[in-house]
Design a protein around this ligand. Structure first.
Ligand SMILES: Cc1cc2nc3c(=O)[nH]c(=O)nc-3n(C[C@H](O)[C@H](O)[C@H](O)COP(=O)(O)O)c2cc1C
Length: 317
C-alpha cells in the first residue's frame, strides 16, 4: 500500500500533464478550483539543452502560480542531469518536483528511446532518475523526483509493478500510473487494477491516472486502488469543478470560461487555445452547437468574451 509523502497531501487531486493543454492559464484555473498541484506539459531535455526560448516558456510558472511540477522527457541521462539543474536554478522555490515522462506513446517520442520506450529499459530509466537527483544536487535543490508510467508498452505485457520497484530503488519519490498500455494510446478502459498492483508493489506514494471524470471517480479510484492521490487529465475539459466536487451552474460555467479567456490573454498564450475550451465549456448548453461553430472563427479575447455574452442571451431565451 502506498503512503503519502509530506509534499503530497493524502487524497488530493492533481492537474495532470497534458501537451498542448496544461499551459499556465489552464493550471491557474485548475488550482483555483482545488487541484493541489499542477504539472507542466512534457518538456524535452534536448530542447532545454539547446536553450530554445519556446521550450523554456513551457517550464516558466506564471506569477499567479505558487509552484509548478515540471515534467521532462528524453532518453539521455546526462541531458536530464543538466535539465534538472537548469530548471531548479530558474524556478527556485517555485519548483514543486521534477517528473520524468515514461508514459508517452507517440512514435516521434518513443523512436528516440523516450516516453513509454523507457518501460522496456528499467536500467536506463533508473539512470535517468539518478541523473535528475544529481542535477538537483548540483543546483542545491532537494525537490522530489517522480516518474509517470503506463502498464507496459505492448498489449497484455504488464511491466508496471516490477518496473516501479526498480524506479523506487533508483530514488523515485512517487510514481504516477496510467492504467493503459502504450499501444492503446487513449482508447479502451484504463485498468485501475494496475494502479492497485503498483501501490501494492512499492512503498512510495502512487498517483493514479486514467478515466477519472468526476470527483466521485477520484474518490472511488483511491478507495479501490490504495493510491495516495489522483491525477485528472481529460476529466478537466470544461470542468475544473472535478477538483472541488461542486456542480457548477450554467452562469458559473460561462463566468469561468470568460476568466479562462482573460488568463490566456494575460499569460500571452495563443488565443486559438480558447476555441477548444469554448467547445468544452459550452457542451450541453442551450445553443451549444451554434456557439461552438462561432468559436472556431474567434481570434481575439474580445471576440470570445462577446460570444460569452451571446451564450448568456441564448440561455435566457
Ligand atoms: C491531450 C493530452 C495530452 C497529454 N500530454 C501528456 C504529457 O505531456 N505528459 C504525460 O505524462 N501525459 C500526458 N497525457 C496523459 C494524461 O496525463 C493522462 O495520464 C491520460 O490522459 C489518462 O488520464 P485521463 O483518462 O484522466 O485523461 C496527455 C493526455 C492528453 C489527452
Amino acid at each position: 500500500m502506498s503512503e503519502p509523502a509530506s509534499w503530497l497531501t493524502s487524497g488530493s487531486l492533481l492537474m495532470a500533464p497534458m501537451a498542448g493543454v496544461s499551459d499556465a492559464a489552464y493550471r491557474i484555473v485548475a488550482r483555483a478550483h482545488g487541484a493541489q498541484l499542477a504539472y507542466s506539459e512534457m518538456v524535452s531535455v534536448a530542447g532545454l539543452h539547446y536553450g530554445s526560448d519556446k521550450t523554456w516558456e513551457l517550464v516558466a510558472p506564471h506569477d499567479a502560480e505558487p509552484t509548478l511540477a515540471v515534467q521532462l522527457f528524453g532518453s539521455e541521462p546526462a541531458q536530464f542531469r543538466e535539465a534538472a539543474a537548469a530548471v531548479a536554478r530558474r524556478l527556485g522555490s517555485r519548483l514543486a518536483l521534477i517528473d520524468v515522462n515514461m508514459a508517452c506513446p507517440v512514435p516521434k517520442v518513443t523512436k528516440n528511446g523516450a516516453g513509454s520506450a523507457l518501460l522496456d529499459d528499467p536500467t536506463r530509466a533508473s539512470e535517468i532518475l539518478r541523473a535528475c537527483h544529481a542535477g538537483l544536487d548540483d543546483a542545491g535543490s532537494c525537490v522530489p523526483v517522480t516518474a509517470k508510467i503506463r502498464r507496459g508498452r505492448r498489449m497484455g505485457e504488464e511491466v508496471a509493478p516490477e518496473f516501479s520497484q526498480a524506479l523506487e530503488a533508483a530514488g523515485a519519490e512517487a510514481i504516477a500510473v496510467h492504467g493503459r498500455f502504450a499501444k492503446q494510446l487513449y482508447h479502451g478502459e484504463a485498468d485501475w487494477g494496475c494502479v492497485r498492483r503498483v501501490a501494492d508493489a512499492v512503498s512510495i506514494p502512487v498517483i493514479g491516472s486514467g478515466d477519472v471524470y468526476s470527483h466521485d471517480d477520484a474518490l472511488r479510484m483511491m478507495g479501490e486502488t490504495g493510491c495516495a492521490a489522483v491525477m485528472v487529465a481529460r476529466g478537466t475539459y470544461g470542468n475544473p469543478w472535478v477538483f472541488s466536487g461542486e456542480v457548477p451552474t450554467l452562469e458559473q460555467r460561462l463566468q469561468t470560461f470568460a476568466d479562462h479567456v482573460r488568463l490566456l490573454e494575460a499569460t500571452g498564450a495563443h488565443m486559438a487555445r480558447a476555441r477548444s475550451l469554448a467547445g468544452w465549456y459550452f457542451k450541453g448548453m442551450p445553443g451549444a452547437a451554434r456557439l461552438r461553430g462561432e468559436a472556431v472563427r474567434c481570434n481575439t479575447a474580445g471576440e470570445f468574451l462577446a460570444l460569452v455574452d451571446k451564450a448568456h442571451l441564448s440561455a435566457e431565451a
